[in-house]
Design a protein around this ligand. Structure first.
Ligand SMILES: *Cc1c(COP(=O)(O)O)cnc(C)c1O
Length: 691
């Protein structure tokens, strides 16, 4: 029995399956909440005897059988995709994975996207594994000081209390692999997180056999210093590919999620030359065929850059041993090959190494072709081989249980698993307006309650319009856009007829001082305005509350600087109406029947944003159409026009911007063609005895 509970705890399937969460709640709902929804901590606190006796209660017994049924049904789902003819095994590399608040190895959008990718692959039964790093201290917790400034608090995770297991080798001993670092060698432990039907392998250098400076390589996520970041990316890329070897996993496709994984490309070459005996040219061709690269940044400076002397110091013994020329390698990462002072840019390495490269929305594909065209000198911009796969979100993880129940009733039992063109999405139109409004009102109340219990937003009215704004505090996201007209903002928030309240959340990168200054401005604003709240320590749990309980989701970046944005998709699928600049995903997702576009004059030709003009347009929308539609009620108190927009937003966003659709797009556009390329190459070299 206890072994079974532990089994449930170690399968992160619980992070999106309410019936397994209900089992943990039934064991001890208080510890479940206090543990930040970590079932391993829950079981450890109960102890064997405690868990045993908790399980004897009839309610827990009933929950157990429900959880068993849910998991068994999930595991036995047939694959929901057309299998490629050739063998397919995808390895997905990312520096962060956001799966649950209980596994603090993520910072924000990139990690949550990676987590949603794994979850959707699991839903689909796609043969995919993840590779990442296991951080002792993660990204740190955001704390707000007396002066309103952010500081970071780091707490060390106790790995045995996380939903993970240490991977052992055939003889039952903990598995380790090695990773070169300059002339030295780092030993790397391998952990496994089970994400439904997908395994996520996490690498950890905090081992007693390593010298202290190596033990700390995997301490924190996104260390800003190049000399600390490069070793992390070496462990991810080189150590990660080696871990697959040690695990006897023969991947056919290697997906580098952002430039951090650029050394996957190098280690693949190394492997193909050493283990498969390919010539340099054949290895390059074979490696390229199997590599997929996703770029996430819309500005060149968003990449990682490593100075040549650092690359030489840390990588040259490895490159030498594997027969790669240092200058040639550095050139792969340069805008201008041969310019010896130019640092190595990981995005260029990714683009030049992969057989398939994509941006994360249609517009970002266009931005990327413009940004990185120098990697293909002579090609016109429109022919630069960077495509796009628009991001998506894992619906069962983000759609509220209240709305999910309505979707089960009116769309399909497995509504989250429908294709974009499935006619059953039209069933959303049949959701009773009163039922939808009741569900949403409950979620807004929950959000306001949460803010109040955190000592924030003392004046928030749970019946009045709430605008949610949460994302990383970077200057281009302009969290303070409305603060530019403080009087008008004050009037908007405190209007007696149609108040518009705001709840903010989000972190700044610890080293981003201008971002931190904007954050302080918002914290101070929230201290002055009782109907504006700032929620500390934005994470998956806070995000869920916000994207489910807000009425409007505001996003006002300077146009062309938001690659995709996924929080708006989470909101939209919950019927929270997007009010956003036509940037990233909203440039293709916007429909006047489901949200609003904030006008912006920015274009490729005219990149300068008119902050004041856009702020004015945003005020006009909020005071006019947005508040107008929200507060227009029928005799039963229902905002019927608003509810029609909510239904449109739910069906359109859930159908088109799910992680399921994203992973299937990757399969069709990248994974399957890569597998075919690899297979073709393999066949054409069958004469080679080493193949
Ligand atoms: C979804 C999410 C993000 C990313 O949202 P953007 O819209 O891309 O800014 C960041 N952090 C958390 C906790 C999220 O859930």
């Amino acid at each position: 029995m206890l072994a079974e509970l532990r089994d449930f705890a170690l399968d992160l399937f619980w992070s999106w399956e309410p019936r397994v969460q209900a089992l943990f709640k039934a064991l001890d709902s208080q510890i479940w909440e206090e543990s930040k929804h970590n079932p391993v901590v829950l079981l450890a606190s109960l102890g064997e005897a405690g868990a045993e006796s908790a399980l004897q209660r009839p309610q827990a017994q009933a929950a157990l059988s429900e959880a068993r049924a849910a998991r068994a049904a999930y595991k036995s789902r047939p694959p929901a995709f057309n299998a490629a003819e050739a063998p397919l095994q995808i390895a997905y590399f990312s520096l962060e994975f956001g799966i649950s608040e209980a596994l603090p190895i993520y910072s924000g959008g990139l990690g949550i996207l990676a987590g949603d990718h794994l979850k959707a692959a699991s839903d689909l039964g796609l043969p995919l594994i993840g590779v990442g790093l296991l951080y002792r201290e993660g990204f740190g917790h955001q704390r707000i000081g007396e002066d309103g400034g952010q500081f970071e608090e780091y707490t060390a995770s106790d790995f045995p209390l996380l939903p993970l297991s240490r991977v052992v080798d055939r003889s039952g001993l903990p598995l380790t692999v090695t990773c070169p670092l300059g002339p030295a060698t780092v030993t790397v432990a391998v952990w496994k997180a089970q994400v439904g039907r997908v395994d996520l392998y996490l690498l950890d250098t905090d081992l007693p056999e390593n010298q202290p400076e190596f033990r700390s390589i995997t301490d924190r996520l996104y260390v800003p210093e190049a000399h600390r970041r490069l070793p992390q990316e070496m462990v991810l890329g080189i150590g990660g590919v080696r871990a697959l070897g040690a695990l006897e996993i023969e991947a056919t496709v290697f997906h580098m999620n952002e430039g951090h994984g650029f050394l996957v490309a190098t280690e693949r070459l190394n492997f193909l030359r050493r283990e498969r005996g390919l010539t340099a040219a054949a290895a390059e061709q074979a490696a390229r065929a199997s590599l997929i690269f996703t770029t996430h940044t819309p500005i060149a400076a968003g990449s990682d850059f490593f100075p040549p002397h650092l690359v030489q110091q840390l990588l040259s013994p490895y490159l030498e041993e594997t027969g790669m020329d240092l200058e040639h390698f550095l050139d792969l990462g340069r805008k201008q090959p041969g310019s010896t002072d130019e640092p190595l840019c990981t995005t260029y390495v990714g683009l030049r190494s992969a057989g398939c490269s994509v941006g994360v929305s249609k517009l970002h594909g266009e931005v990327s072709r413009r940004l990185w065209k120098d990697a293909w000198p002579g090609l016109p911009e429109s022919e630069v081989p960077i495509g796009s796969v628009t991001n998506g979100v894992h619906l069962p993880s983000w759609v509220s249980p209240e709305l999910a129940a309505l979707l089960q009733l009116h769309v399909a039992q497995d509504w989250w698993n429908l294709s974009a063109d499935d006619r059953r999405w039209a069933g959303v139109e049949n959701i009773d307006p009163a039922a939808l409004w009741a569900a949403h009102t409950q979620l807004r109340h929950r959000l306001v309650r949460h803010a109040r219990s955190a000592g924030e937003g003392g004046g928030l009215d749970p019946e009045a319009l709430v605008v949610g704004f949460s994302r990383r505090f970077a200057t281009y996201k302009r969290a303070n856009l409305l603060v530019s007209d403080r009087e008008r903002l004050h009037a908007l928030v405190n209007g007696s007829e149609r108040p518009v309240q705001f709840i903010f959340a989000g972190k700044s990168h610890p080293a981003d001082l201008p971002g931190k200054a904007i954050l302080r401005e918002i914290v101070q604003l929230a201290r002055e305005e009782p109907r504006i709240a700032f929620l500390e320590d934005y994470d998956i749990e806070v995000a869920r509350l916000l994207v489910q309980g807000s009425d409007v989701w505001l996003n006002n970046p300077r146009r062309l600087l938001e690659a995709s944005g996924t929080s708006g998709m989470k909101a939209g699928a919950n019927g929270v109406l997007n009010l956003s600049i036509l940037d990233g995903w909203w440039d293709e997702g916007y429909r006047p029947t489901a949200g609003w576009a904030i006008p912006s004059s920015v274009s490729f030709e005219e990149p300068q944003a008119d902050d004041a003009g856009e702020a004015k347009a945003l005020f006009e929308l909020l005071e006019g159409e947005v508040a107008g539609a929200f507060y227009a009620r029928d005799s039963a108190g229902l905002p019927l026009r608003w509810l029609a927009m909510m239904r449109d937003s739910i069906s359109h966003t859930a159908a088109n911007f799910s992680a399921r659709r994203m992973v299937l797009d990757y399969l069709a556009d990248c994974y399957a063609p890569a597998t075919e390329r690899v297979d073709r190459l393999r066949r054409s070299t069958v004469g080679n005895p080493t193949n």
